[in-house]
Ligand binder design. Structure first.
Ligand code: SF4
Length: 297
């Protein structure tokens, strides 16, 4: 594997959408899985980390729906660490209690929390929570710091938010990384709900320009998002959205990880362009790197 013209052939970093159900109804959500409202039996799910590791995976990201709603997420985290994988949870903030973290924080390498606006009301209008989402994320971010878990923030920029200035919010949250996505329409997942939230590339660039002094920000417009993630669905199929909808491979349990992976489109150059290998650097060193100062690395 060489950098530069690097071509990665293995599923090095997998977003496993293992739990399709969510307690929120974000209007822009492109992981509703209305077409896949079932999961692998727990026993099979627990085999997935090893299957991925054997195929060259280094990092597994537990995504949903809302992964924290799964009653055996803790067991999956333990299994993933047993296999030597880096672990990450992408969450809307649900379920992060002291009790959960006392039990499982040692098996979590990082957490991504989703927040799109500094306004509780706008979050509610977006379908993200019930009017107190910002307060909730601020609270959860403090708890994660208490447990020394590196925290990333994920923000989706929409028609309701592209004119916002989020410097103060990011300063208050102090993530080690801030991912900024352009809202994306995916047929079968959010069409019929997302249209009035869509923004043009120029509007996205306007938001980006306003925040370009934040050194931990990673900006991903529609072009960069599409095809740059390796995604596994709730029943063990890889999928991509390069055609504007989820297209699924055969199951990893039927044809194996490598063959299933070869059936989807994944563009490793795009993955690298958006800094997808960041997890290979020590995370804890960069924890709390943004506190409002301009830090360039
Ligand atoms: S919290 Fe995440 S998974 Fe749930 S509806 Fe919103 S975007 Fe979708």
């Amino acid at each position: 594997m060489k950098r530069g013209n690097l071509e990665i052939k293995k599923p090095i970093s997998v977003n496993w959408h293992f739990w399709p159900w969510c307690n929120m109804k974000c209007r822009f959500c492109f992981a509703t899985f209305n077409d896949v409202k079932k999961v692998l039996p727990k026993k099979m799910a627990l085999c997935v980390p090893k299957m991925l590791r054997d195929a060259g995976t280094e990092k597994i990201t537990f995504v949903g729906g809302e992964p924290m709603l799964c009653p055996y997420l803790g067991e999956l985290l333990i299994e993933a660490k047993k296999q030597g994988l880096k672990t990450k949870i992408v969450s809307n903030g649900t379920g992060f209690t002291k009790e959960f973290l006392i039990k499982y924080s040692q098996f979590i390498d990082q957490v991504s929390l989703s927040i799109d606006s500094a306004s509780n009301q706008i979050e509610k209008e977006l379908g993200r929570g019930w009017g107190a989402h910002v307060d909730k994320i601020l609270k959860v971010s403090k708890l994660l710091k208490e447990f020394h878990i590196p925290m990333q923030i994920n923000t989706t920029v929409t028609k309701l938010t592209y004119t916002e200035d989020l410097h103060e919010l990011i300063k208050a949250l102090q993530p080690f990384r801030w991912k900024v996505f352009q809202v994306l329409k995916i047929e079968g997942q959010n069409d019929g709900r997302v249209e009035e939230l869509l923004i043009t590339k120029t509007e996205y660039e306007e938001f980006k320009l306003r925040h370009k002094d934040i050194p931990i920000a990673v900006f991903e417009d529609n072009e960069l998002i599409t095809g740059s993630y390796i995604m596994l669905d709730p029943v063990g199929r890889f999928f991509d959205d390069t055609t504007g909808k989820h297209v699924y491979s055969e199951s990893i349990f039927s044809v194996g990880v490598q063959k299933a992976f070869s059936q989807i489109t994944w563009e490793s150059q795009k993955f690298l362009k958006r800094g997808g290998l960041y997890f290979q650097s020590p995370l804890k060193k960069s924890f709390n790197s943004y506190n409002g100062n301009i830090i360039r690395s």
